[in-house]
Design a protein around this ligand. Structure first.
Ligand SMILES: [Mn+2]
Length: 568
């Protein structure tokens, strides 16, 4: 049983408490906030009032501690708690949250004492579940089981294995080799699908095709990947003693093995294997990385089916290590390398505030990828709104998505960006463009980085500012001084029926971005998945006579534009 001690309990702490409440093992929370302790106790969580930054107070907890979790909101307090926790329990696995907006020295200090660091923006349940300490315990256990195998370990994929099963098996073989365990990747049945065959051939994988008539007794141990029971979807005798099971399918019957990882909150077993490789410090070789990436893509249907934050992170990790050329030969990829790179960057740079995710992808080669990134990130758990942006050709491009009808994104983006550029779209899907003027001529990496930082500040300040002043899409009420803007969209959750949003604006002095190909026009019957990119209205192309547009009049004076006051 894992014994966990939490030091400080902010919003991340609560998320972790919720995530591990159902898990085996114990949890005790130390906090100096009497109200918080009271609230936790009312919810049946063991909590004590004590100073979480005092080693003596921490040590006075009279039970063994396997995992220490530092989870307050305040960065400095978290650093102090991490150091105190490390001093009190030198051998415990220390998982520490940096707190909100941590200064660099806090992050560095925490990285010095903690084995795992939870950075802001990773507050996704599946993530926390693993990072909340269980992962470290799991890694040690897997290593122990692998080391204990005498002879050769048979890593068995399910019958007629798919890429996820094959990739997971070869990845586990690499993990086994790294800890000194000899392993063979095996399967029953055929690899019949031509893409799967090409996959095995191009990666030059060494797989053993077993026959159920064979006696499997020659192996020193058995691991099952991408399925969980011997004799069910594989050719092993049902009474085979299993050492390791790693699978992402919810089991239909109890699973018995010395090591079991059944994490059904990820889209692919390959994602789980990425976690083991990273956790154990095993750098995946080229076929393993390529195979795992392909496994994730196939199992999540290119990141649209049952995809989790961990799948995206795993893909982002694998992408630079994998051989894109091989995958291109295996299939005609429906997501190009460029697009995947933008999506990966969007994942890596994501910032999450409650349910709103923003991400700066920096310099763009392909702006169509923005819309796809905004779409995909909306699949993340607990994310209701996404805003992804980047820049190219002296222009910042913004793409945003929302689900649920309580926010009108088109209006929000107009509020946020019309003053400095042009914006359009409807409730669930919107875009904006902001000219950078000469500021956009960043040539060197350094200039691009500082430009990226400026863009980040401007976009997030304006967007969150607009969100605050327009928190909800009220079905009937019209906010003071806001007359007209809601007139057409009110109470109508179906964005495709919104007429041209620009007509909502009263023309006096304020120039709507009169754009004939705005998103409403292009969503029509095709809906959000239509062939045209609905949210990136190309205002400048469509409207050559845009001199009067607020955005373009400021073209030449970006400094003034960005230093200017926010929307009042
Ligand atoms: Mn699978």
């Amino acid at each position: 049983m894992v014994s966990r001690l939490m030091l400080g309990c902010g919003s991340i702490g609560h998320a972790i408490v919720d995530a591990i409440a159902e898990r085996p093992g114990s949890l005790l929370v130390l906090s100096d906030d009497a109200d918080r302790v009271e609230a936790l106790r009312e919810n049946g969580i063991a909590a004590e009032r004590s100073d979480p930054t005092n080693p003596v107070a921490i040590r006075s907890v009279t039970r063994p501690v396997d995992v220490l979790i530092v989870a307050g909101n305040d960065p400095e307090a978290n650093l102090a708690a991490a150091e105190a926790g490390r001093e009190a329990y030198p051998n415990a696995l220390l998982v520490a949250h940096t707190g909100r907006s941590p200064p660099a020295e806090v992050t560095e200090g925490i990285e010095r004492v903690a084995q795992r660091v939870i950075e802001p923006g990773t507050a996704v349940a599946a993530d926390l579940l693993r990072r909340g300490g269980d992962e470290g315990v799991r890694l040690r256990r897997l290593r122990r089981v692998l080391r204990g195998i005498e002879g050769t370990l048979a890593i068995v994929a399910h019958d007629n294995p798919d890429p996820d099963a094959i990739a997971s098996a070869i990845a586990l073989a690499q993990v086994a080799a790294a800890v000194g365990c000899d392993a063979e990747v095996c399967y029953f049945g055929d690899i019949s699908h031509q893409e799967n065959r090409a996959f095995v051939n191009l990666l030059d994988l060494d797989l053993v095709n077993l026959d159920s008539a064979d006696d499997p007794g020659g192996y020193g141990g058995f691991a099952l990947v991408d399925h969980s029971r011997p004799g069910v979807n594989d050719g092993l005798p049902a009474d085979t003693a299993i050492d390791i099971v790693i699978d992402h399918h919810p089991p239909r019957a109890p699973v018995e093995a010395r090591f079991v990882d059944l994490s059904s909150d990820v889209g692919a077993t390959s994602t789980l294997l990425v976690d083991y490789l990273r956790g154990l410090g095993v750098e995946p070789d080229d076929p393993v990385a390529t195979g795992l990436l392909y496994g994730i893509r196939v199992d999540t249907k290119d990141f649209i089916r049952e995809v989790s934050a961990m799948d995206f992170e795993a893909a982002a990790y694998l992408l630079p290590r994998s051989n894109e050329g091989v995958l291109e030969q295996v299939e005609a990829p429906s997501v190009g390398a460029e697009t995947l790179e933008i999506i990966a960057r969007a994942i890596r740079n994501r910032e999450l505030r409650e349910t709103v995710l923003t991400s700066n992808v920096g310099r763009l080669a392909d702006r169509d990828a923005l819309a796809q990134a905004a779409d995909r990130l909306l699949d993340l758990e607990d994310v209701h709104t996404t805003l992804v942006y980047g820049f190219r050709d002296r222009t910042v491009y913004v793409s945003a998505r929302a689900r649920g009808a309580d926010l009108d994104l088109g209006e929000t983006l107009r509020d946020a960006f019309d003053e400095v550029g042009s914006a359009g779209g409807h409730a669930g899907m919107a875009g904006a463009q902001i000219p950078l003027g000469i500021l956009g001529d960043a040539e060197s990496e350094e200039e691009a980085a500082s430009l990226s930082a400026i863009v980040h500040n401007v976009i997030t300040d304006r967007f969150y500012g607009a969100l605050r002043s327009r928190p909800n899409r009220e079905p009937t009420a019209v906010a003071d001084g806001d007359d007209g803007r809601h007139a057409c969209g009110d109470g109508d959750p179906d964005p495709s029926s919104d007429p041209d949003p620009n007509l909502n604006r009263d023309g006096g002095g304020e120039h709507g971005s009169a754009n004939p190909k705005n998103s409403e026009g292009s969503t029509g019957p095709n809906g959000p998945n239509g062939p045209s990119d609905p949210d990136d209205p190309d205002y400048s192309d469509a409207d050559p006579g845009s001199d009067g547009e607020p955005g373009s009049t400021r073209n030449g004076e970006p400094g003034v534009e960005y230093a200017g006051p926010d929307d009042g």
